[in-house]
Design a binder for this molecule. Structure first.
Ligand SMILES: Nc1ncnc2c1ncn2[C@@H]1O[C@H](COP(=O)(O)OP(=O)(O)OP(=O)(O)O)[C@@H](O)[C@H]1O
Ligand SMILES: [Mg+2]
Length: 251
């Protein structure tokens, strides 16, 4: 579904991604792990269209999208979440979901002001979809709570909810589980699995190895901007280069 070839992303003297090639296969939940600074989030930035790479290509279902803006990739079914949740603190959970659908569908200001029929129609559809998403994620009791009052874990759930408001067929999750309590984390894993069974493709960055092991196949290990190893978690975990990347050569 996503394929990157010979990707390099340089920030001044830093090569955050260094001639990296990999793919996220359709229908899979691919795990992306690696030590801090390995280039994982930068890879998501380049894939989603937040950054134009120094070199290399990004393909979405075979189409070269390297120079396509983020919103155009979004329309083609690619959605990403951010490592730091980006909710609108003063909007309610419901409003945050509705904004997620509207904000990226390219609604013009004038259309929003005058609300012709099709905009109202669209808004009704978004409202209904927001209800479905809140039901699915068990966020309905928080529908009218300002997002700023949610716990860290609930904000992560809202991030997933925002992804589900989009026309996504592939979702890139950047540390959706970070700082989330174990009960909620298990719920999030369950949601991801269920969505995957319905056909959603995922790429998941996470530092929690058990979360990755229980959810992802294959797992790609990045270090210093490159792919170190990839395969099923059991193989990856046992790999000597992986152990060294995480714990140093002393291990
Ligand atoms: N906008 C930027 N400007 C300069 N350097 C950057 C920028 N974004 C990332 N980097 C650098 O690129 C490298 C890769 O960073 P990145 O955030 O992709 O790592 P990561 O694998 O997501 O790490 P973590 O697990 O800590 O989130 C790091 O050295 C980082 O400091
Ligand atoms: Mg990161």
């Amino acid at each position: 579904m996503i394929r990157v070839d010979n990707l390099t992303m340089r920030f001044g003297g830093i090569r955050a991604i260094d001639d990296c090639s990999l793919n996220f296969a359709a229908g899979r939940i691919t795990g992306l792990i690696g030590p801090n600074g390995a280039g994982k989030s930068t890879l998501f930035d380049v894939v989603a269209g937040g950054l134009v790479p120094t070199a290399g290509t990004v393909r979405l279902e075979g189409e070269d999208v390297t120079r396509l803006p983020a919103f155009a990739r979004y329309r083609r079914g690619l959605h990403r979440t951010f490592q730091i949740a980006r909710e609108f603190a003063r909007l309610t959970v419901r409003e945050n979901l509705m904004v997620a659908a509207r904000g990226q569908s390219g609604e013009a200001l004038a259309a929003a002001l005058f609300k012709p029929g099709h905009v109202r129609e669209e808004e009704r559809a978004h409202r209904e979809r927001a209800c479905e998403v809140m039901d699915f994620l068990a966020l309905t009791p928080l529908a009218d709570a300002p997002a700023g009052t949610l716990s860290g874990g609930q904000k992560k759930l809202l991030e997933l909810g925002r992804a589900l408001m989009s026309p996504a067929r592939i979702i890139l999750l950047d540390e959706i589980g970070a700082g989330v309590n174990p009960t909620l984390l298990a719920q999030i894993a369950g949601h991801i699995r269920m969505l995957n069974e319905e056909g959603m493709t995922f790429a998941v960055i996470e530092h929690d190895m058990d979360f990755i092991a229980g959810l992802c196949d294959p797992v790609i290990v990045m270090a210093e901007g490159r792919v170190l190893v990839q395969g099923p978690m059991a193989e990856v975990r046992a790999d000597r280069a992986v152990v060294e990347a995480y714990f140093g050569s002393a291990a």
